[in-house]
Design a protein around this ligand. Structure first.
Ligand code: PLP
Length: 381
């Protein structure tokens, strides 16, 4: 199998598996309990909190709350910004048209509660400019939520400039860093990030494990009510194995960041060059300001869903610029926001690479895709 869908999820790394096994076998006590097995579990959770805080350059471990994943972190961050805004009489939120649905659908729910939402359009290359944000900020803007890196086209936004603007204009700044954490250097203090979401399974950790960074002094709004875990901000007995696995994977990704980045950039170039050599192909998203492992390409006149089936037969895993919802293939809102037509969006493939991929895998995938595109264009299935 050649796995080129690392933006969807990643294979858990040995460090994460070890940490999870240890937590399951040796530290299975309830972290809220005072006896020894409970305290062993508590130690794993607090060690994990320190690791995540260190990697994000947070000021204090207490600024990290563990959640069930990127979705929950996003929802809690947005509800927090909205609640603080409402308390201060501010009900305007700024985000972008290319956010993940975890953000967009939560914003729809907040709109139904009386918040006004401005969604900034990206450039044709998938970027948001600081000037766009400056123009959209209003005196009653309570929250700005702009993703660090896009999950489909991989574009990396100018987070430091956006964060500085929010700080200057008195709006909270949340960034969905689910695709960035473990893949790009993040410094929440230097870039004025107030709230940041990440998810374990995007950097070789387990699924169902996430974290929310919240700058000290910002009162988190609960989305789950119950016990007093996570300093009362997130009820429910901690998923200790998942938390330990997330932290182990993040530490590993952080330690290997320069080497992994260099490797992915080489592989990305290799794949992009071979695919763009096919006539009628276009790279989506800025060529430079993008995640090291992201390749997103439109093949004119080719149905990506069918292409994916052919690739699956050849044991190549990738994903398309469309999603099956309610039985129909819907073009990606991200690609439409860039100005692609629905037909172009449905002719788009996302290939997301990992440092564990080899040059041989890339060459094989490129050759298979080239042949399949030709076959589909010739009308042969
Ligand atoms: N945000 C982005 C940018 C994502 O890519 C994803 C997952 O694909 C999520 C949020 C949701 O994360 P999770 O699957 O951990 O809920």
């Amino acid at each position: 199998m050649i796995y080129l869908d690392n933006a969807a999820t990643t294979r858990p790394c040995p460090a994460a598996l070890d940490a999870m096994r240890t937590a399951l076998e040796d530290a299975w006590g309830n972290p809220s309990a005072l006896y020894r097995p409970g305290q062993q579990a508590r130690k794993l959770v607090e060690d994990a909190r320190r690791t995540v805080a260190r990697v994000l350059h947070a000021a204090r471990p207490a600024e990290i709350t563990f959640t069930s994943g990127g979705t929950e972190s996003d929802v809690q961050a947005l509800y927090t910004g909205a609640a603080l805004g409402a308390a201060a009489g501010k009900r305007h939120i700024i985000s972008t048209q290319i956010e993940h649905h975890a953000v967009l659908h939560t914003l729809q729910a907040l709109q139904a509660q009386g918040f006004t939402v401005t969604l900034l359009p990206p450039s044709a290359a998938g970027l948001i400019t600081p000037q766009q944000l400056a123009d959209a900020l209003q005196p009653d803007t309570c929250l700005v939520s702009i993703m660090f890196a896009n999950n489909e086209i991989g574009t990396v936004q100018p987070i430091a400039e956006l964060g500085a603007l929010c700080r200057e204009r008195g709006a909270l700044f949340h960034t969905d860093a689910v695709q960035a954490a473990g893949h790009l250097a993040i410094d929440v203090q230097a870039t004025n990030i107030d709230l940041l979401s990440l998810s374990g399974h995007k950097f070789h950790g387990p699924k169902g494990a996430g974290a929310l960074y919240t700058r000290r002094g910002i009162a988190l709004q609960n989305v789950l009510y119950g016990g007093g875990q996570e300093r009362g901000h997130r009820a429910g007995t901690e998923n200790v194995p998942a938390i330990a696995g997330l932290a182990a994977a993040l530490a590993q990704a952080d330690a290997n960041l320069p080497a992994n980045t260099a490797c992915c950039l080489d592989l990305r170039q290799r794949l992009t060059e071979q695919l763009l050599a096919i006539p009628g192909t276009h790279l989506n998203g800025d060529a430079a300001q993008r995640l090291p492992g992201n390749v997103n390409i439109t093949f004119d006149g080719v149905e990506a869903e069918t292409l994916l089936l052919l690739l699956d037969e050849a044991k190549i895993c990738a994903s398309a610029g469309s999603a099956c919802s309610a039985g129909a293939v819907e073009p990606s809102h991200v690609l439409l926001a860039l100005g692609l037509t629905p037909a172009q969006a449905k002719s788009t493939l996302r290939l997301t690479l990992d440092a564990a991929n080899t040059a041989e895998e890339i060459d094989t995938a490129a050759a298979v895709i080239t042949a399949c595109v030709q076959r589909l264009r010739d009308g042969v299935r």
